[in-house]
Design a binder for this molecule. Structure first.
Ligand SMILES: CC(C)(COP(=O)(O)OP(=O)(O)OC[C@H]1O[C@@H](n2cnc3c(N)ncnc32)[C@H](O)[C@@H]1OP(=O)(O)O)[C@@H](O)C(=O)NCCC(=O)NCCS
Length: 187
């Protein structure tokens, strides 16, 4: 699963505005392949300039990040989070992630997620990580469960594929500082 002697090491760092063009190409490839994604390639219209602004804003927002995994100088994985600014929900952040099709099952997804969980643990306010995952995305479900994400709810039949078949959308969450977790009201 993890890097073996014949595989090059994977490094992870926060994205910079100068990654915009490479990130656009990476994201387009992920949408074209389509596994586990809602957005279709024709629906992704971010220019390099727009992506550059987006990355610059992420870089100065203390409650958000975009992590990239690299093999040499090539982006092979991505994890981004976004956080509602409103006071009652700003302890919770939502993520989306992917690994390039040619680099899966090498532990890169887990490495990205553990790196991110560590970032959340060090964050003064963030406590809860939320994500949405297609119910038929067995690879992603295995990864999230292995970290400790639990199923919180399901939107039935909300994803309809081009051939007309449907699948559910699972909402999962993980509290990396669970020793400090406040029991939710009503539980
Ligand atoms: C989901 C995804 C990010 C996983 O990335 P990855 O780098 O292949 O995952 P890892 O190699 O780190 O594997 C992590 C765990 O998940 C399991 N896993 C990964 N792929 C799997 C598969 N196809 N079937 C079953 N389990 C799988 C591994 O066994 C591993 O568990 P372990 O560490 O306990 O052995 C990747 O498959 C992907 O990018 N898919 C397309 C985009 C996508 O679905 N994104 C998520 C949207 S919610």
């Amino acid at each position: 699963m993890n890097d073996t002697p014949d595989q090059k090491p994977i490094t992870i760092r926060a994205a910079r505005p100068s990654d915009a063009a490479a990130l656009n190409a990476y994201v387009r490839a992920i949408y074209t392949e389509g596994t586990g994604m809602i957005t279709r390639p024709g629906e992704f219209r971010a220019s390099t300039l727009r992506q550059r602004f987006w990355l610059a804003r992420k870089g100065v927002n203390p409650d958000e990040t975009c992590l990239l995994a690299f093999e040499d100088d090539t982006i092979v994985g991505m994890l981004e989070c976004w956080t509602d600014k409103r006071q009652r929900v700003r302890h919770s952040t939502t993520i989306a992630m992917s690994v390039h099709a040619g680099f899966r099952k090498r532990g890169i997804g887990k490495k990205l997620l553990l790196h991110f969980a560590d970032w959340v643990q060090k964050h003064a306010r963030l406590e809860r990580i939320e994500l949405h995952v297609h119910a038929d995305n067995l690879a992603a479900l295995a990864l999230y469960r292995s970290i400790g994400f639990v199923l919180e709810g399901t939107r039935r039949g909300v994803i309809r594929y081009e051939d007309g078949t449907v699948t559910d959308d699972h909402i999962m969450a993980f509290w990396p500082k669970n020793d400090k977790m406040t029991p939710p009201r009503g539980h």
